[in-house]
Design a protein around this ligand. Structure first.
Ligand code: ATP
Ligand code: SF4
Ligand code: MG
Length: 337
């Protein structure tokens, strides 16, 4: 596997000014993904996974105030996606071409007015070839590869002619057909049955091997993350609180939140489909967040006077392993600087 970073997210903050205060949807998120690598992004509902993904594509709500950097490294140079006009030509070239995204809800990708074939072919013509016949044949091939029966006929159907599962596969075919360098998959298989889910995950990995595509795989499902990811970033309340390679995360989690996730799902990797909902207490709403560890109100190891007065930074706690928790001396030292 190559190691050059394709994308580097640095200190990403997305602030949503709401009537009752500023909601920090992401609050200082940093990570990078190398060519050919899969980073799994995992965490409970509302922790900022989708907002992180939307920021990379520049499709976050218009009223969002985004700061930080999202550096896309290509052979021709580095682009800071945060600095681009969200409606300008530069991001349109990146969106759907260099970076493609698939969602849980396929209707957000397709227009009801055109056949799925037309839409997939347009994406291919925009990003891959000028030849219409070739674009159609790539589209048919892709529809077949995601498990759509009779792709040469299905290509001329409108989105509403397809079942939900078929639309989901067609959306995945559309995203993959432009051969993106980064595929962002935001809970893409949650609505699919287990057999189709396995098929789609296999396809993503096959295409990753074939084209060296990087994947940001977002899920609640630790079983799927264990299966798909090379490295994992665990998010909580808008921040990454632990990140390391997938084996280490599952064998030696350091952050009390990650440990609670692991305890909540004792048979990781065997019970795909389990959701992260067995941890006691509620996630605070990230409006006007206090300077404290975000997990303090739920943490069994909370240290009063420490965890409720400062916010722990994400620091190295072991080789290639970072956590944001004052239980580790390295984190305390960094906070004292
Ligand atoms: N358009 C919006 N208006 C107001 N708040 C929003 C909006 N979009 C997201 N948020 C808030 O931003 C935070 C992060 O949301 P986000 O959708 O990124 O979470 P998530 O981790 O993807 O959750 P889920 O697992 O449910 O998809 C949440 O508190 C959410 O309520
Ligand atoms: S910093 Fe404190 S409250 Fe936060 S996870 Fe660590 S021990 Fe728990
Ligand atoms: Mg989401």
């Amino acid at each position: 596997m190559a190691c050059a970073p394709l994308i580097e997210v640095r200190n990403l903050r997305v602030a949503l000014p709401l009537e009752n205060g500023v909601l920090m949807a992401t609050d200082g998120v940093s990570f990078s993904i190398a060519e050919g690598e899969t980073l799994g992004l995992v965490g409970e509902s509302g922790c900022g996974k989708t907002m992180t993904a939307q920021s990379i594509m520049r499709i976050a709500p218009r009223f969002a105030h985004t700061t930080g950097q999202i550096l896309l490294h290509e052979a021709g140079g580095t682009t800071d996606i945060v600095a681009l006009d969200p409606r300008g030509p530069a991001i349109r070239k990146i969106r759907g071409g260099v970076c493609a995204m698939i969602f849980q809800e396929p209707m957000s990708s397709f227009s009801p007015l055109h056949t799925i074939g037309n839409q997939i072919e347009e994406a291919i013509l925009l990003h891959r070839t000028q030849d219409r016949a070739e674009a159609r044949s790539i589209a048919i091939d892709m529809l077949g590869r995601v498990g759509i029966p009779r792709p040469a006929e299905t290509i001329d159907k409108y989105p509403h002619h397809l079942s939900g599962g078929m639309r989901q596969r067609a959306m995945i075919a559309m995203a993959l057909s432009s051969q993106p360098r980064l595929l962002i998959a935001d809970e893409p298989t949650t609505a699919l049955d287990v057999t189709v889910q396995a098929q789609v995950l296999r396809l993503m990995r096959e295409l990753q091997d074939e084209f060296g595509m990087a994947i940001l795989y977002i899920s609640h499902d630790l079983g799927v993350i264990a299966h798909m990811a090379d490295r994992v970033a665990v998010m909580y309340l808008g921040s990454i609180i632990e990140t390391t390679d997938v084996r280490r995360l599952f064998s030696a989690p350091r952050h009390p939140y990650t440990q609670a996730l692991m305890r909540a799902i004792p048979r990781i990797g065997k019970r795909s489909g389990e959701r992260l909902e067995a941890i006691a207490g509620n996630v605070p709403i990230p409006i006007n967040k206090p300077r404290a560890c975000g997990f303090a109100n739920r943490c069994p190891a909370v240290m009063p006077g420490v965890c409720d007065v400062r916010r722990p930074a994400l620091e190295v706690v072991a080789p290639e392993h970072r956590a944001a928790c004052f239980l580790y001396p390295e984190v305390v030292e960094a906070a004292d600087v």
